[in-house]
Design a protein around this ligand. Sequence first.
Ligand code: NDP
Length: 330
Amino acid sequence: ARFFAIREYPRGVPPRELFELHEEELPQLAEGEVRIRNSWLSVDPYMRGRMSGVRTYIAPFELNAPLEGGAIGEVIESRHARFKPGDKVRHMAGWRDVAQLKGEVLEPLPDMEVPEQAYLGVLGMPGMTAWTGLNRIANLREGDNVLVSAAGGAVGSLAVQLAKARGGTVVGIAGARDKLTWLEQHDIRPVSYKDKEARQLSEELKTACPDGFDVYYENVGGACLEAALDNLKVGARIAICGLISRYNQEEPQHGPGNLANLLIKRARMQGFIIFDHWTDYPHFLEEVGPLVAKGEIDYEETIEAGLERMPDAFIKLFEGANRGKMLVRL
Ligand code: NDP
């Protein structure tokens, strides 16, 4: 089996050479274990946090050991009563071609009319994050005006569509041109953040939605957050989902200078980590699964081919080179 590992924790944007491909002979299956041939691997921004050597809400990656991440594969050998060869499963032993795990940590794939890799994206962790952030954290209501940053990515592209379905004005901040075009095609007002200070971004948000926002779904931080704070309606709710503009920065950054808007607008800002909400996953699937299966939700995927491309796919997240969910197909 082949897997990726890192030998040190990087500073700044992780360089390609950080990631080393190793080969190992897997031991025979022990009682209760299952061997899986992975077919799809996920790369996600949170993985950068696990490369910092510091425990956050989750332990850092171990050095020189297989990296971890969401994956989908097929059981090829089993000594667990619940699984047999041919079963499709989801698990966290990504960054490798073949995984060997205790049956207890495997999740059988739900049975819906969608391609299997959707369970790593629109119907997986990122989709669940978009739905939870809007509904459980920001308490999205009918007619709300909603602003989403990193709006053309895996989380953001579902967030804008779920928000749009509630009837208010939806504005999406993104960088890459193709994301801005995609947003426009879905009747989301696009705003580019590239090369803009908070003040200019703030003006453009005002033009895009003069009445201001009831909800801000935050994926980026920095100038995006500051510009959003200038454009809140009274009683606005901000869900802090991610702060990707900071993940590769080593030095602490100054916070927004206009936090007074939270006070003036009696607004609320709350962070969340999706793992705490996983018991809600069946509700999410029940609601969003059929919409995806019927084609009422449009989800995009950016696919790299081959295990060797994992580091490249991961680094591309920080370059904005993915539209929708970034995946690697084996
Ligand atoms: P995306 O698919 O959105 O990929 C990341 C995107 O972020 C890039 O395509 C890029 O798009 C944008 N980006 C990258 N660097 C910057 C930057 N410096 N400034 C502004 N935009 C940048 O990833 P996900 O959908 O998987 O994740 C989105 C956010 O949600 C992340 O912050 C992630 O950490 C967070 N998250 C949080 C979870 C939680 O439990 N709280 C769970 C899952 C995700 P562009 O072209 O627009 O620059």
